[in-house]
Ligand binder design. Structure first.
Ligand code: CP
Length: 322
């Protein structure tokens, strides 16, 4: 497999640059990869000989661990680097760090960074494939993809679905990747939250805007509930967490008013009792843990395709066992 033949190009920095066919091809490729994680021996030789560095400048549980599982289950050699345990803590720049990794002949870098645009910046400066694992408030493409896969698993299709993203939209890379992905696959998308947490002009992306959660609940087939990103707020966005929960918290009582059963997604980590109540997070309509399971298959698909894998051959490629 060669990178030059990748159907996605060299890198995955976001869902905005992809078209609907490319996104559908990632989701279709993820389907056969789901089964690998159900095997007793969870390993196939799809990426044998490839070297992948997971470079994380921000905390992560789901994305970091599921990329590592995806890489290991496809037999890649992987190294994890966190900012605090690397020479970044001594002042080394992102590009110098990446160039030094390149000098050790790597194939791919998976990067999470606090700065919007960090993944693209790196992708333009190194020959290795760069995969964005979340950059500032810009994009989190593999989260968007695993959310799409989870919606498609449940509803059988994305086209025509009404999905409302609820909460802290302004700080959310997950919201942006969801909006781009959902619209490209023909869904209707809305955002809902207090005006302080809705980006000005968000409607220009082609989404509806609700300030009242009750309206969103009447409209939607699915709610994707986002974490209040307190670490990115310098005060003044919400009066208090208690007030936020009172007006925007997704609770069983609120969902009872819905005209249909709503599917509940959350990318995690959850602030239970703030944006989502525990009985909803753990309830029958929540697919929070199915999202996490799908994250491994989606990341396998992305790694396979960016390595030059043929979408039509994914079933055959994963047939082997190490
Ligand atoms: N959804 C998500 O990105 O979670 P982590 O921050 O734990 O990776």
């Amino acid at each position: 497999m060669t990178r030059e033949r990748s159907s996605l190009g060299k890198d995955l920095v976001g869902l905005e640059p992809l078209d609907g066919d490319q996104i559908r091809s990632i989701l279709d490729t993820a389907e056969p990869f789901k089964e690998i994680s159900e095997r007793t021996i969870k390993k196939v030789p799809v990426l044998r000989g490839k070297t992948i560095v997971n470079l994380f400048f921000e905390a992560s549980t789901r994305t970091r661990v599921s990329f590592e599982f995806a890489e290991k289950r496809l037999s890649a050699d992987t190294v994890n680097i966190s900012a605090t345990a690397s020479s970044v803590s001594k002042g080394e720049t992102l590009v110098d760090t990446a160039r030094n990794l390149e000098a050790m002949r790597i194939d791919m870098v998976v990067i999470r960074h606090w700065a919007s645009g960090a993944a693209r910046f790196l992708a333009e400066r190194i020959p290795s494939t760069v995969i964005n694992a979340g950059d500032g408030a810009h994009e989190h493409p593999t989260q968007g993809l695993l959310d799409l896969l989870t919606l498609r698993d449940h509803f059988g299709k994305i086209e025509g679905l009404k999905v409302c993203i609820v909460g802290d939209i302004v700080h959310s890379r997950v919201a942006r990747s969801n909006i781009f992905g959902l619209l490209k696959l023909g869904a209707q998308v809305a955002v809902c939250g207090p005006p302080t947490l809705l980006p000005r002009g968000i409607e220009r992306l082609g989404v509806e805007r609700f300030v009242r959660l009750e309206e969103a609940i009447q409209w939607a087939d699915a709610l994707n509930v986002l974490r209040l990103q307190l670490e990115r707020m310098e005060g003044g966005f919400v009066p208090s967490l208690r007030e936020y929960n009172r007006v925007y918290g997704v609770s069983t009582r609120r969902l009872e008013a819905a005209p249909r059963e709503l599917l509940i997604l959350h990318p995690g980590p959850m602030n239970r009792g703030v944006e989502i109540d525990s009985d909803v997070a753990d309830g029958d309509h929540s697919v929070v843990l199915r999202q996490v399971t799908n994250g491994v298959a989606v990341r396998m698909a992305v790694l396979y395709l960016l390595s030059g894998g043929d979408p039509a051959s994914a079933e055959a490629a994963k047939g082997g066992q190490e």
